[in-house]
Write a protein that binds this ligand. Structure first.
Ligand code: CO
Ligand code: CO
Length: 319
């Protein structure tokens, strides 16, 4: 998209392409804006129903990351209808619908095409008050960084495909991907949050890089404080690393200062491309405890993983 002309100047476009944020936000009235996003991908797990539910949780996540409330969703489907039984597609869609209903909304339409490789996702529309949009820019020096899900879903889903993931790793990864970011978003709604994003394809450090850069700041991450799924580091060591994660590592090489003692496996997990990852929240320092309390009360494991720092925009120091 960077090769295309930027959108026309329109004051009602509150969030467009400029900062690579999670969703577009368009102001309809002084007290009401639309949040619009879409996401779809190829299967990340074997079970069709679970794949559908994960894809829906992932698509909804961008609305939550903007501080929005989902309003409705439509399906995006590619499916090899001559090669796989239609019942598989029904299961994918049923998983997506159940997850969308868990979010309190419905699937109101969609579009499907015949395609060799199944793909599923949704376009989700939500609403937000224009004054309460949480962007990926807006972070301030000293803001504490809070992460709400453990890392390693890219590594573990790769291991699942190769049938080398331990049952506890697989179960923890699937449980994490299925979890809506709604509770985490509710927890941040009543505290002074300056910026947020959800952790997906660019991995924790990739998304943190964009958040920090959009905020004109650097960041420091405490590698030991970052939650990781069971087995993720060992599987990374064993080479169960998706191409997207390797691409993230190359992208981050010039943007992250690694301590010499950090293992290669931990570096890989910190860069791992996530599916339906948690929220990464930049919160006013003296509000961090209240945010963590709010998360705990909703059954979300929030982790304090670092802070935003004055410094070269987008540069991350791992400590
Ligand atoms: Co996002
Ligand atoms: Co997205």
């Amino acid at each position: 998209m960077s090769h295309l002309p930027i959108p026309l100047d329109n004051p009602d476009v509150l969030v467009g392409l400029e900062t690579g944020d999670d969703a577009a936000v368009y102001r309809l009235r002084p007290d009401l804006a639309l949040v619009v996003t879409t996401d779809f991908f190829t299967p990340v797990v074997d079970d069709a129903y679970t794949f559908g539910a994960i894809a829906a949780a992932n698509a909804l996540s961008d609305v939550y990351a903007m501080g929005g409330t989902p309003l409705m969703a439509v399906n995006l489907v590619a499916f090899p209808i001559k090669e796989l039984p239609a019942s598989v597609l029904t299961e994918i869609l049923r998983g997506g619908l159940d997850k969308v209903r868990e979010a309190g909304i419905d699937v109101l339409g969609g579009h499907s095409i015949d395609d060799h490789e199944p793909k599923y996702g949704l376009a989700v529309t939500g609403t937000v008050h224009p004054d309460r949009v949480i962007r990926n820019r807006g972070g301030r020096p000293g803001d504490r960084l809070v992460l709400t899900k453990a890392l390693g879903t890219g590594i573990i889903t790769t291991a699942i495909k190769h049938q080398v993931a331990a049952p506890d790793s697989e179960a923890a990864a699937i449980q994490g991907m299925l979890r809506l970011n709604r509770d985490a978003a509710e927890a941040m709604a009543s505290v002074e949050v300056h910026a947020a994003t959800d952790v997906t394809g660019f991995g924790l450090l990739g998304h943190l890089h964009y958040l920090a850069r959009a905020s004109g700041l650097g960041a420091r991450v405490d590698a030991a404080a970052v939650p990781m799924l069971p087995g993720a580091e060992a599987l990374a060591d064993a080479g169960e690393v998706p191409g997207g994660t390797r691409a993230n590592e190359r992208f981050l090489a010039a943007r992250v200062r690694w301590p010499r003692w950090l293992t290669a496996a931990r570096q890989t997990v910190l860069s791992d491309a996530q599916t339906s990852g948690g929220l990464l929240i930049a919160v006013e320092p003296n509000e961090a405890d209240r945010l963590l309390d709010n998360l705990t009360r909703r059954g979300v494991a929030g982790h304090l993983i670092g802070e935003l720092t004055p410094g070269s925009p987008g540069e991350i120091t791992v400590a």
